[in-house]
Design a protein around this ligand. Structure first.
Ligand SMILES: Cc1ncc(COP(=O)(O)O)c(C=O)c1O
Length: 400
């Protein structure tokens, strides 16, 4: 029979970062010594007390359906966390637990956006935002941040992009892929803008715990009641507690929006995994020593990698304040020819580095910036050292 996929399915792009991870995995399985800078997840173990909580949940038979929007115990833990870390008061009815924050974000898109709506997405951006917005027939409107400004988002950059169709602004601080954080005075200015222009704000705070050089995360929702009432805060246990595989994320915001998200979720996935929810309670309320140790190690790698990249002629790279990515500009090499093939863009550069240097990086084009490549330092420092040497040699060839 002829299968006619919907236009939605035909137009959707698969997650490029997951696709690159799959290629790297395949090369490793074939015995090829690949250095993987493509990872979007901490290379640390989930803390032992979190694993124990999940094992106890299984032993206790906590293995059935739960409330679709998450167990009360976890919603309470999340409200405690939002108060403790962000100074925010939410009621459990203003919180929903989803199968990862990616799922929360899609629920938000489903309940808020439709054909004709515009959503402002600052670039470079995590590619899922634009894809999810398109999946619900709305239009992402891209606002560029600039490398010269440390990729810092400003009110001035956002303002001209607002039209009568604009429904929301999407914020991601610290940002994947740049690691940039929105400076506090700009966060205040953006909050004022959202209030003045009657816009919603979706604040993806997945990397809030991974900040360096004394930079501390502030949630835009904490800047006053007016902005809180129009913000949907999204967060996750994935990055902070090295729990990417457990699939627990959450959103907090106006009860009306959260309730609608719960309705959609109840028809699509039902509850996030019961066992993972118990583990998330332990992660959020338990000791944070593993997180602190992880941040120290990420910081060590960040400094090491940035120094090594700065030493390569032709590369520029901002010093990121958070997350676990660097976003070097490699465009000065575009126009070179390697192995008989031209390197004209970030995809061709990533392919060249993969094939020649056996180093996995993600092309910046996936994040709305073709001059750049994304390197994740969620990989041991020995691999980082080996990988940078390979990059150095491969780029040196292009300079000749
Ligand atoms: C900016 C950002 N937000 C959200 C997520 C989703 O994380 P999860 O669905 O595991 O909570 C990711 C994952 O890479 C991310 O980079």
């Amino acid at each position: 029979m002829t299968i006619n996929l919907s236009s939605r399915a035909r137009n959707a792009s698969p997650s490029a970062t997951l696709a690159i991870a799959a290629i790297a995995k395949q090369m490793k399985a074939e015995g090829i010594d690949v250095v993987d800078f493509g990872l979007g997840e901490p290379d640390f173990e989930t803390p032992a007390h979190v694993k124990e909580a999940a094992i106890a949940a299984i032993r206790d038979g906590f293995t059935r359906y739960t409330a679709a929007a998450g167990i009360d115990e976890l919603k309470q833990a999340i409200t405690t966390k939002l108060k403790r870390d962000n100074g925010l008061s939410y009621r459990p009815a203003e919180v929903i637990v989803s199968c990862g924050s990616k799922h929360s974000l899609f629920n938000i898109a489903e309940v808020l956006f439709e054909s004709g709506d515009e959503v402002i997405v600052p670039a470079p951006y995590w590619v899922t935002y634009t894809e999810q917005i398109r999946l619900v027939d709305a239009r992402p409107v891209i606002v560029q941040t600039r490398e010269e400004d440390g990729f810092h988002l400003t009110r001035e950059a956002l303002e001209p992009a607002i039209t009568p169709k604009t429904k929301a602004i999407l914020l991601n601080s610290p940002c994947n892929p740049t690691g940039a954080m929105v400076p506090l005075e700009q966060l205040r200015a953006i909050a004022a803008l959202a209030v003045e222009r009657d816009l919603l704000v979706i604040s993806d705070e997945a990397y809030e715990s991974l900040t360096y050089d004394g930079h501390a995360h502030t949630s835009i929702a904490s800047l006053g009641e007016e902005i809180k009432s129009r913000t949907i805060l999204v967060n996750s246990v994935s990055k902070a507690y090295a729990m990417t595989g457990w699939r627990i994320g959450y959103a907090a915001g106006p009860a009306e929006i959260i309730k609608a998200m719960g309705t959609i979720q109840s028809q699509v996935t039902s509850n996030p995994t019961s066992i993972a929810q118990k583990a998330a309670v332990a992660a959020i309320l338990g000791p944070h020593d593993d997180l602190r140790a992880m941040v120290i190690e990420f910081d060590r790698r960040r400094k090491y990698l940035i120094d090594r990249l700065h030493a390569i002629p032709g590369i520029t790279c901002t010093n990121p304040e958070g997350a676990f990515y660097l976003f070097p500009n490699v465009s000065s090499f575009y126009g070179a020819v390697a192995n008989g093939r031209p390197i004209r863009n970030s995809a061709e550069m990533a392919t060249y580095l993969l094939q020649t240097a056996r180093v996995v990086l993600v092309p910046g084009s996936e994040f709305g910036s073709d001059a750049h490549l994304r390197l994740s330092y969620a990989t041991p420092i020995e691999s980082i050292s080996k990988g940078v040497e390979r990059i150095e040699r491969a780029l040196d060839v292009l300079r000749r």
